[in-house]
Design a binder for this molecule. Structure first.
Ligand code: AMP
Length: 368
């Protein structure tokens, strides 16, 4: 395990695995281009090691050039791709092969293709040492791939985390073992949102509330908001496929989070199963599901009070509230067994002063 800035990284690919992948790409390119003199264009900064080792494996006539683009800041792709250095050689009528260290979402690639679209090249191909097929947008064909890797933040062999790690001979991946992922469980009005606000600061976690996400989308009148509105207005659950996708997007937007509080999700067994499967692909897991317990009459009073302040239509009408409880009893309550079977279910008394309840939750978390 190594530490770069504030993060820990664990070994992912050995020197030998990388060398084999580089050779594979070089051999495939050679099979197609050894009889002409292609121009290889390395994409700086990350690809410098790949280009160097690639050329050692590619012992045929060729020229080499570089472009410099940037899109990562820290652990998240900013989406801003700038061209900092252009290809100067006369490339008209030549075969150009881009040498990328890694292709993930495909944003950088789009910019590159745009950059070369005006040049009248003979052929334009893309070779990438690492390739995250899971998240690649699929817009353009990647002609040569070294290794298909899962959607993990990696460093080493030219790749950096805030400029550190480029000189490592091996590739390391972000170690997320120390994450805490919690599900806050409980009926509407049980205090999940209120408690999540305290816990997220106390334990440096990212709070994801599916209810808040829906409300945000409704407020901004997005397609998702319009879709969810009719269900939410009635106090029904929004269909699983919509909610699961929204939740996954929210997690993916926070690759550097040190853990998550899931509030209001999962609410059905299908959602719980999808969450487990999704977290597994990220080498993450739920550490605990904590239920805030309170009886219906207390909750109804709380929700009606909240409705006066928040203006939430689903909090203002007792019949809608009761429908939400029915949805909970029928679809969400069975999750208790689901998490108990995994030994992850904890129950906390949700009646009392806010700080007392936070204290009860903290006790559970600290014993994990
Ligand atoms: P909440 O703020 O968590 O009480 O959620 C408000 C409403 O959003 C719910 O009554 C549902 O209509 C919808 N909603 C929130 N989370 C989910 C979920 N996990 N599955 C389905 N619907 C949800």
């Amino acid at each position: 395990m190594i530490k770069l800035h504030d993060k820990h990284f664990k070994p992912f690919l050995s020197e030998a695995q990388i060398k084999a992948a580089v050779k594979k790409v070089a051999d495939q390119v050679a099979a197609d281009y050894k009889d002409e003199t292609p121009i290889f264009v390395g994409v700086l900064n990350g690809s410098f090691m790949f280009v160097s080792d690639f050329l050692k494996e590619y012992q045929h006539p060729c020229e080499v050039s570089f472009v410099k683009l940037s899109s990562y800041q820290g652990l998240t792709s900013t989406g801003i791709v700038e061209t900092l250095l252009d290809v100067s050689e006369d490339i008209e009528g030549r075969s150009v092969i881009i040498l990328e260290d890694i292709i993930d979402t495909g944003r950088t690639l789009k910019k590159l293709i745009h950059l070369f679209s005006k040049a009248n090249v003979k052929e334009f191909k893309v070779a990438s040492l690492f390739y995250k097929s899971e998240i690649y947008n699929g817009e353009y064909t990647i002609d040569y791939v070294g290794i298909d890797i899962p959607d993990k933040f990696i460093v080493g062999y030219g790749l950096d985390y805030n400029e550190l790690g480029r000189n490592l001979k091996e590739v390391y991946q972000l170690n997320q073992k120390h994450m805490i992922n919690l599900v806050l469980f409980g009926k509407p009005g049980a205090g999940k949102g209120t408690q999540a606000d305290f816990l997220k600061d106390k334990y440096n976690l990212k709070h994801i509330s599916t209810g808040d996400l829906f409300r945000y989308n409704m407020k901004n009148d997005t397609e998702l908001g319009q879709l969810a509105k009719s269900y939410i207005d009635r106090g029904d659950l929004v269909p699983d496929e919509v909610t699961i996708k929204m939740l996954q997007d929210a997690v993916e937007k926070n690759p550097d989070a040190s853990g998550f509080i899931f509030d209001g999700f999962p609410r059905t067994t299908a959602q719980a199963k999808a969450l487990d499967a999704f977290l597994t692909t990220k080498e993450m897991k739920i550490d605990a599901t904590i239920a805030l317990e309170a009886n219906d009459e207390v909750l109804i009073q709380r929700l009606l009070e909240r409705g006066k302040v928040s203006g939430r239509s689903d909090d203002q009408d007792e019949s809608k509230i009761r429908n939400r409880f029915d949805e909970y009893n029928e679809k969400t309550a069975p999750l208790k067994d689901f998490y108990e079977a995994q030994n992850k279910f904890h129950s906390v008394n949700g009646i009392g002063a806010i700080d007392e309840i936070t204290h009860r939750l903290a006790k559970v978390i600290e014993e994990l």
